[in-house]
Ligand binder design. Structure first.
Ligand code: NAD
Ligand code: TDX
Length: 339
């Protein structure tokens, strides 16, 4: 039987980042009975503007590090659940400097699990399809909950390590946990280091988009609002101890997505540069979300990728002040890496 859980006070770690802040908006808009404490360190990827304007009686921001056990002792008691989004999240950064990934993704998860154990708090772990490694381009298979772990990058290996900690704490200490592994998100508030916002903001600043290698790598795109509704579904109705894969049947290769962006923005579809490929670049991710759909009845609302992409382009065009400063720093770093 499916459990039912109605959290009144939740902590959302990483709630000033891309997906975490979209989840905070989702909770505020759809679940008026739930108060959110955002715990965020405000790294280069965290921006308090992402949650600015939300009612102060619904959302509180605590600026701090998930690795800080003393801080967790002060804020975790009194909460019913932690939804853990905070992470170092960018593969290219993990290749340039893996250390912060070990610290935040592995030690940070450990600290949160220990706090949940100490204060008997329900825990939902946000993970990624990248823990499964990649699929060959001509392989018809998709990832399922029973696919063996086979991560490729420093980023995905630290996410895999954090998933395994969650499983161990569940079995050994009886912690009330669930894990979700989602595919590539797109939508508003995504950092300009990531593929889709990087290309949109390149075009908006008169720079040619940059495609790694031949661009044949496939990603399985999901709108971040659909990720939010799936996480809420799993948090409130998921079976304790279970893993659910989240995806919306959005497989496309990078060159196709890039050409869609160029055409939607009135450019020639060949108006981009091929740049140095990412070392160890995963070829294809693909999610089979049958378990989430059939067991918990979840369905995505954003089923037209072209519509979602157009709305995302419009959002970046209308929010230049949100990304302009970060853009310069990000492109300087990419330039130094030959990308
Ligand atoms: P992001 O980089 O945009 O945001 C990460 C947030 O975590 C930032 O606000 C940052 O300040 C915060 N943070 C980092 N280190 C912290 C620390 N030590 N203590 C407290 N806060 C800290 O990331 P995102 O793309 O929104 O990803 C969020 C989560 O979703 C991650 O766990 C990621 O692995 C997972 N995920 C991402 C995708 C995707 O497509 N982006 C897909 C599947 C899963
Ligand atoms: O400029 C670029 N050109 C390019 O061709 C960038 C930044 C990326 N790419 C390619 C690499 C990937 O094949 O585009 C694809 C998507 O790249 P990213 O946006 O960096 O995402 P990815 O590496 O697939 O990982 C994302 O999805 C899974 C998130 O960043 C992870 O946090 C999540 O776990």
């Amino acid at each position: 039987m499916v459990e039912s859980f109605s959290p009144k006070n939740i902590i959302v770690t990483g709630g000033c980042g891309f997906i975490g802040s979209n989840f905070v908006h989702y909770v505020v808009n759809n679940h008026p009975e739930t108060h959110v404490t955002v715990l965020d360190k405000l790294t280069y990827a965290g921006n308090p503007e992402n949650i600015a304007g939300l009612p102060s009686d619904r959302v509180e921001l605590v600026v701090g590090d998930i690795c800080d056990a003393g801080l967790l002792d002060r804020i975790v008691p009194g909460h019913d659940a932690i939804v853990h989004y905070a992470a170092e999240s960018h593969n290219d950064n993990s290749i340039a400097d893996p250390e912060p990934f070990l610290k935040t993704n592995v030690e940070g998860t450990y600290r949160l699990l220990e706090a949940c154990r100490k204060y008997d708090v329900r825990y939902h772990h946000i993970s990624t399809d990248e823990v499964y490694g990649d699929l060959a381009l001509d392989d018809p298979a998709r990832f399922t909950e029973s696919t063996p772990y086979h991560p490729s990058s420093p980023y995905s290996s630290t996410k895999a390590a954090s998933d395994l900690l969650v499983r161990a704490w569940t079995r050994t200490y009886g912690l009330r946990t669930t894990i979700s592994n989602c595919s590539n998100n797109y939508g508003p508030f995504q950092h300009v280091e990531k593929f889709i916002p990087r290309q949109i903001t390149n075009i908006l600043t008169g720079v040619r988009p940059k495609l790694y290698g031949e661009g044949l790598n496939v990603r399985d795109w999901i709108h971040t609002e659909d990720h939010s509704s799936a996480v809420w579904t799993i948090l409130t109705r998921g079976r304790i101890g279970e893993t659910y894969l989240i995806g919306a049947d959005g497989e496309r290769n990078n060159i196709t997505v890039l050409r869609m962006i160029l055409e939607m923005m009135g450019k020639d579809s060949d108006d981009f540069d091929h740049v140095r490929d990412r070392p160890g670049h995963d070829r294809r991710y693909a999610i089979d979300a049958t378990k989430l759909r059939t067991e918990l009845g979840w369905t995505p609302a954003h089923t037209d990728f072209a519509d979602g992409l157009k709305a995302t382009i419009d959002w970046y065009a209308e929010h230049r002040q949100w990304w302009e400063k970060t853009k310069e720093r990000t492109e300087a770093r990419y330039k130094a890496q030959g990308q």
